[in-house]
Design a protein around this ligand. Structure first.
Ligand SMILES: Nc1ncnc2c1ncn2[C@@H]1O[C@H](COP(=O)(O)OP(=O)(O)OP(=O)(O)O)[C@@H](O)[C@H]1O
Ligand SMILES: [Mg+2]
Length: 146
């Protein structure tokens, strides 16, 4: 899918936000500055979250509540090892109820549940390309008529 500018990314976010279900796990792939956090910000704002959505670069995770959902935004770029993951208690976050947006999921390979949906952003000369993929039945239902 071609996303010509930031507004196109936010429009995709708005459509996705309307289809999120508790427990859903979404992996966000793509280089630095590809638009992963932009998409998360768009989804949270679409759900009615009015505060600032900042990149959880150093905290690794930022929790949100919106539209009756508990959401967790992870950025695992700076996750160093499994010990750090366990020490932070992140394992307990995956209770099947929270919605997860996970940037740099490969950094926690084997520690996080499989994704219902994976979105891979590619930086183009102008705008972005986004490849969206469902791995589970839940994910497929979410993407139907997106
Ligand atoms: N479709 C688009 N076309 C052009 N620019 C875009 C598009 N979507 C987002 N952007 C811009 O690209 C930048 C993306 O930054 P963002 O923080 O979302 O990247 P990120 O993938 O989360 O990076 P990081 O891995 O460093 O967290 C922002 O400046 C945003 O305005
Ligand atoms: Mg980011």
């Amino acid at each position: 899918m071609n996303l010509a500018d930031e507004n196109a990314t936010l429009a995709l976010a708005q459509r996705l936000a309307a289809r999120l279900k508790p427990g859903m796990v979404i992996y966000l792939h793509g280089d630095l500055g590809a638009g992963k956090t932009t998409l998360v910000r768009g989804m949270l704002n679409a759900l009615g979250y009015a505060g600032r959505v900042k990149s959880p670069t150093y905290t690794l995770v930022e929790p949100y509540q919106a539209a009756g959902l508990d959401l967790r935004h992870f950025d695992l770029y700076r996750l160093h090892n499994e010990e750090e993951w366990e020490a932070a208690g992140f394992r307990d976050e995956f209770d099947g109820r929270n919605v997860f947006f996970i940037e740099w999921p490969k950094k926690a390979h084997g520690l996080i549940p499989q994704a219902d949906i994976e979105i891979a952003f590619e930086i183009l000369e102008q705008g972005r390309n986004a490849e969206i993929h469902a791995n589970t039945q839940t994910g497929k239902q979410c993407l139907e008529q997106l």
